[in-house]
Design a protein around this ligand. Structure first.
Ligand code: CTP
Ligand code: MG
Length: 225
């Protein structure tokens, strides 16, 4: 079926402390939003891109990419999960029961096409997500902050985006209680699904705090070496 990219972009970027939502900050002469959408639009298996935008957002309409013929918007929600649900609902309406959705944070401008390719190739009916194996030794603590145990690192992963699912399956999962749902896979897991993990690249960072911007500048330059 058709593949829709769903891009939540209705956050305010509180931790970035920039005065404007972080997706409109500039990296190497382009906004983060344009970096992210440019990459998704240049990946040919993606038929169209649905962006969740806040109704109070005066910046979005000023971007050239906002009028791209394969880009449309839906209303953002109070939480990321609600913003994603609105986008997935639109994908289902446009693409029908056979549609797939590739959910990707607007705040991850450095995603590589080779990673999106790997995600699509390794995905099965259960869906799949990009993830990174943790590199630190992981401790489980009690409430008293003393260590109870060391967790086997081999099986601990950090979830990234994109995350790829059949639209109907994800919509159903996101129609349940969203309390504590911080990514699409966690909603699917609650329904008993077991999405596939696909190892991604560590430069696919989520721009979150001020120091992430110089880091992104470094990674971006390195991607074009
Ligand atoms: N997002 C969204 N709707 C929300 C909250 C977040 O679409 N109600 C989006 C953000 O725009 C971002 C992605 O989800 O692209 C990841 O969220 P995060 O990194 O937390 O961004 P913000 O919520 O904007 O940042 P903060 O939590 O620091 O305020
Ligand atoms: Mg947030």
């Amino acid at each position: 079926g058709p593949v829709y990219a769903v891009v939540p972009a209705a956050g305010v970027g509180e931790r970035m402390k920039a005065g404007i939502p972080k997706q409109y900050l500039t990296l190497a002469g382009k906004t983060l939003a344009e970096h992210t959408l440019g990459r998704l639009l240049s990946f040919s298996p993606i038929d169209s891109v649905i962006v969740s935008v806040s109704s109070q957002d005066p910046w979005w309409p000023t971007l050239p990419v906002a009028s791209h013929r394969r880009v449309s918007t839906v209303a953002g929600g109070k939480t990321r999960a609600e913003s994603v649900r609105n986008g997935v609902a639109q994908a289902l309406m446009d693409g029908g029961e056979e549609a797939w959705v590739l959910v990707h944070d607007m705040a991850r401008p450095l995603v590589r096409l080779s990673d999106i390719q790997a995600l699509m190739e390794q995905c099965d009916e259960q869906g799949a997500i990009l993830a990174l194996p943790v590199v630190d030794t992981i401790k489980q603590s009690g409430e008293d902050l003393h260590i109870d145990s060391t967790v086997d690192r081999e099986r601990i992963w950090r979830a990234l985006t994109p995350q790829l699912f059949p639209a109907a399956r994800l919509y159903e999962a996101l129609s349940a209680d969203l309390d504590g749902v911080t990514d699409e896979a966690s909603a699917i897991e609650r329904q008993g699904g077991r999405p596939r993990l696909v190892a991604g690249q560590s430069d696919n960072i989520k721009i979150t705090v001020p120091e992430d911007l110089p880091l992104a500048r470094f990674y971006l330059a390195r991607q074009f070496e």
